[in-house]
Design a protein around this ligand. Structure first.
Ligand code: VAH
Length: 320
């Protein structure tokens, strides 16, 4: 029986992954942890522990208390925040990852952590970015992700920890908005479109980035972790993507369902520079061949679902 410890369980991925894993493996077998508790379903629907991932002893205590056999390490700062606070980002992102890997080693547990298209840099081939290629990121977040991939591979090769990872594109969701990312514009635009019928983008037109709807990202995590390890040639981490678009294309998709929707631009030079250092589109062939990666949502199907899910809440918010 799987007993799963999730760090960063109240974040953008964690808040939905916790619920999905509780559905599959049983609520009591998924231990959600985060730096503080809140009243979200992820925090209230099963075991929850307060955990600062930079505290190795506390992480070991929680892992032993629940006798976990799987560690899913999600707690990290995203690209824009990491760029604003590089030293703090290094300590949290790398210190937390090392503690999670050590905990998985001690517990003889399987291990997952997300990497990102942010692990690539300006010298990486930009179109159909290969699984194995040049990785010289120019952001602290990217340095953390490349170092993290190498560290997770090291724990597999040196200590036999069953580590697995995914290079996620921008993830779009309506449950818990992301914080401090570069691709967050592709989430904010839906909220603003439903609320106000317009959005001012901090990413410029013509800036293509890989993206994926959260349901596909969650299924990819489950499928990778359940995959036959003898079939894995790669481990940390697999390129996965569902689509690539620029602000104009997501705006056009939204305008099909919210007539009159308008996008304008006020480019943020910091996040624009980060976005331009990343690929336009990545190649997911290795994930498809080694463990059957697939996705359900393209841009229009995602747009329909996002608007349908956001509209009721937003209407409740507009007074009168
Ligand atoms: C970020 N959402 O923008 C994250 C992600 C590919 C982007 O890693 O930092």
């Amino acid at each position: 029986m799987k007993r799963i410890l999730i760090t960063g369980a109240l974040g953008q991925i964690g808040s939905e992954l916790t619920l999905k894993l509780r559905e599959i493996y049983g609520a009591d077998n998924v231990i959600a942890t985060d730096i503080k508790k809140n009243d979200s379903e992820a925090a209230q629907s099963g075991p929850f522990e307060v955990l600062d991932v930079t505290d190795l002893n506390r992480m070991g205590e929680v892992a032993q208390k629940y006798k976990v056999d799987t560690v899913m390490h999600l707690a990290a700062l995203l690209s824009a925040t990491a760029e604003a606070r590089p030293l703090f980002a290094w300590n949290l992102n790398m210190g937390g990852l090392l503690n999670a890997l050590e905990t998985a080693k001690e517990m003889k547990a399987q291990f997952f952590t997300p990497s990102s298209i942010g692990a690539f840099g300006p010298t990486t081939p930009k179109d159909d970015t290969p699984q194995d290629t040049i990785m010289r990121p120019t952001t602290m977040y990217g340095v953390n992700k490349v170092a993290g991939e190498l560290l997770a591979d090291y724990y597999f090769q040196k200590f036999g920890v069953d580590t697995r990872g995914l290079r996620f594109p921008g993830l779009i969701s309506y449950v818990t908005p992301p914080g401090g990312g570069t691709t967050d514009y592709a989430v904010e635009i839906y909220y603003e479109a439903v609320k106000n019928g317009r959005y001012t983008s901090y990413i410029d037109k013509g800036t293509y980035m890989d993206m994926m709807y959260m349901p596909d990202a969650l299924q990819a995590i489950v499928d990778l972790m359940e995959a036959d390890s003898t079939k894995l040639i790669h481990r940390n981490s697999f390129n996965v993507s569902a689509m690539s678009f620029d602000p104009e294309e997501i705006a056009a998709s939204i305008a099909k369902y919210i007539p009159g929707f308008k996008i304008s631009y006020q480019v943020d030079p910091v996040r624009q520079k980060i976005a331009e250092s990343w690929p336009n589109s990545i190649d997911s062939t290795a994930a498809k061949e080694e463990w059957g990666f697939k996705f359900d949502y393209d841009l229009d199907k995602m747009t329909m679902d996002m608007i349908e899910k956001l509209r009721p809440n937003m209407q409740m918010r507009i007074p009168g």
